[in-house]
Design a protein around this ligand. Structure first.
Ligand code: HEC
Ligand code: HEC
Length: 247
């Protein structure tokens, strides 16, 4: 059951990221360096202030086992924040480490095991049009901005044009969205994900939420929706019938 909750919330975050066009983005002017410049560092420092208390945001995952390079355990957060009075979508990843780190220990005392906070924030159109306009930043656990071996602050279009680094690696995420977490979650089998994906093209979910039926009632409705034009395979139909008849 726990696992289901994690996947559910990751799925929600992912869907929002998929709909990242909600905020209309104005165009920024040219900037000097790809990353680590004065403007990017200032932006990252403002962002840190406005993110304060993100550990309590509603849209977050549980702590889960991580992958290189981000850390043994991870936690994901999503929100819209204002930086310099403008709203932005932001995805935060807490990176946890430490010799004795375990899922229980990290969940219980996250501060103690926090190794870094890596963030992706979608900037104004034109900020980095080659890379979906993502702004990248890596804060150390003490909230200062991390630096690369050349002493450049890891904030901005980090390592743009280089073979390694945030952009080079995240470019490999599926669907060209620079977003990895959604790649490994089997969205097609989570009921919330399915409802969003399959049942919102013709009407919103109000209709679905207002309707109370047993299994055979939902089977009939879904069959009707398929006649209307909804596209679901057998497994997806079953998942939805089970889920909807229990709500
Ligand atoms: C070598 C590859 C690699 C590099 C370099 C890298 N990342 Fe990631 N990043 C990943 C992978 C893989 C995940 C998914 C981890 C997971 O959830 O298991 C991820 C996840 C994230 C996420 C959560 C959103 C998502 O894509 O799932 C953020 C935010 C993030 N990385 C920021 C950064 C920043 C900032 C940098 C540079 C300072 C960076 N990453 C460098 C591979 C990389
Ligand atoms: C291709 C368009 C389309 C898609 C996709 C679609 N619907 Fe519908 N839905 C309709 C139309 C049209 C109506 C109103 C007429 C009707 O009942 O067939 C409707 C009505 C409904 C109703 C109220 C009708 C009743 O009989 O109580 C529910 C509940 C519903 N849809 C659920 C869903 C669910 C769940 C999905 C996803 C599996 C879905 N819909 C996907 C077109 C669609």
């Amino acid at each position: 059951m726990k696992r289901f909750v994690v996947i559910g919330s990751l799925a929600t975050i992912m869907l929002i990221v998929a709909a990242l066009s909600i905020i209309s983005r104005s165009v920024v002017g040219d900037q000097e360096m790809p990353f680590g410049g004065k403007g990017d560092v200032e932006f990252a420092n403002m962002l840190w202030k406005t993110m304060a208390g993100y550990e309590k945001w509603q849209m977050k995952s549980d702590v889960y086992p991580g992958t290189s390079p981000h850390g043994k355990f991870l936690r994901l957060y999503y929100n819209i924040v204002n930086v310099d009075k403008k709203p932005y979508h932001v995805i935060i990843k807490d990176n946890f480490g430490g010799e004795d780190a375990t899922l229980e220990k990290v969940s219980k005392s996250p501060k103690k095991y926090l190794a870094a906070v890596t963030v992706m924030l979608q900037r104004e159109a034109g900020y980095d049009s080659d890379n979906n306009d993502w702004f990248w930043v890596k804060y150390k656990a003490d909230s200062t901005i991390d630096k690369n071996p050349m002493g450049m602050a890891l904030a901005g279009r980090v390592a743009k044009g280089m073979d390694t680094g945030c952009i080079a690696c995240h470019k490999n995420a599926k669907d060209n969205d620079y977003f990895f977490t959604n790649d490994k979650t089997d969205m097609s089998l989570t009921p919330e994900g399915l409802l969003q994906e399959k049942c919102t093209t013709c009407h919103d979910l109000d209709r679905v939420n207002k309707t109370r039926k047993n299994k055979s009632g939902w089977e009939k409705i879904i069959a009707k929706m398929i006649k209307n034009g909804a596209k679901l395979n057998k497994a997806e139909q079953q998942t939805l019938v089970d889920y909807l008849s229990q709500k």
